[in-house]
Design a protein around this ligand. Structure first.
Ligand code: BTN
Length: 245
């Protein structure tokens, strides 16, 4: 097997799809990067618009980790790299794994497990990371997206390759922490979830919107919600919204 590396593609349908299809031949910790994607995938079956200028990356994980840890690796690495390129701007994580500044999304994570053919058990995962880097505000307005980019926040274009190299080293570092001290990575990720304690609305994968207080996050990454009647409910996926004052 080859050494971990960054593979740069001009264009692909989705870097996650590419990395999953070539999983057996890619070395552990490889980062697959594309300048653009024709069918970028978002969470919950949504599309991820992928014009030239942003980061579309998939990180190959070949060690058996708890699925939640795969996404912590992606989210913590993304927020830490974004901070390096946009110093002084406050970023936070909206559960489960969106990186935000103020009320606007700047990055998203889609982690997918790999299962070898004719075999039910997963032998690793691909962590997809999309970061809005050099796209201007007008793109988000035209596409009616409540989103922003490093460029829109700082007024400076970032070098895509430099960003990718920095992201790759953060991913390798946080992967090491996930293997050796998963609890530490969990705590680092949890600290970025600034909505804990706030009133939120959440639309779970199956079902109707529920409202309550975002009480805590379980070790498995679940959102613990206190309902108005005092009962608690554990949610494993969903879209959180909050009324910012
Ligand atoms: C989300 O917030 O909905 C997750 C978005 C994940 C997008 C990235 S871009 C690189 C990788 N390849 C994909 O097709 N999706 C992820």
């Amino acid at each position: 097997m080859e050494k971990s590396q960054i593979i740069m593609l001009e264009k692909t349908d989705s870097t996650n799809r590419y990395a999953l299809a070539k999983f057996a031949e890619l070395a552990d910790s490889t980062l697959v990067l594309a300048k653009e994607q024709s069918e970028g995938k978002g969470r919950r079956g949504r599309k991820w618009l992928s014009p030239i200028g942003n980061i579309y990356a998939s990180f190959v994980i070949k060690k058996p980790l708890h699925p939640a840890q795969n996404t912590y690796i992606g989210a913590v690495s993304a927020i830490e790299t974004i901070r390096k390129f946009a110093p002084g701007i406050p970023f936070w994580i909206k559960w489960p794994n969106d990186v935000f500044t103020k009320t606007l999304k700047i990055a998203g994570i889609l982690s997918e497990r790999h299962c070898p053919e004719n075999y039910n058990k997963s032998d690793g995962a691909v962590v997809g990371i999309g970061v809005n880097l050099n796209i201007g505000r007008d793109y988000f307005e035209t596409n009616r997206l409540k989103a922003t980019s490093v460029y829109a926040e700082t007024g400076k274009e970032a070098d895509i390759l430099k960003f990718a190299i920095s992201l790759h080293s953060e991913l390798i570092r946080n992967y090491g922490i996930a293997v050796n001290s998963p609890d530490l990575l969990f705590k680092t990720w949890k600290k970025e979830n600034i909505l804990i304690g706030k009133n939120i609305d959440i639309i779970p994968e199956s079902g109707f919107q529920v409202s309550g207080v975002f009480k805590d996050i379980g070790k498995d990454g679940s959102l613990i919600l206190t309902l108005p009647d005092g009962h608690t409910r554990k949610l494993y996926s969903g879209d959180v919204s909050v009324k910012f004052k």
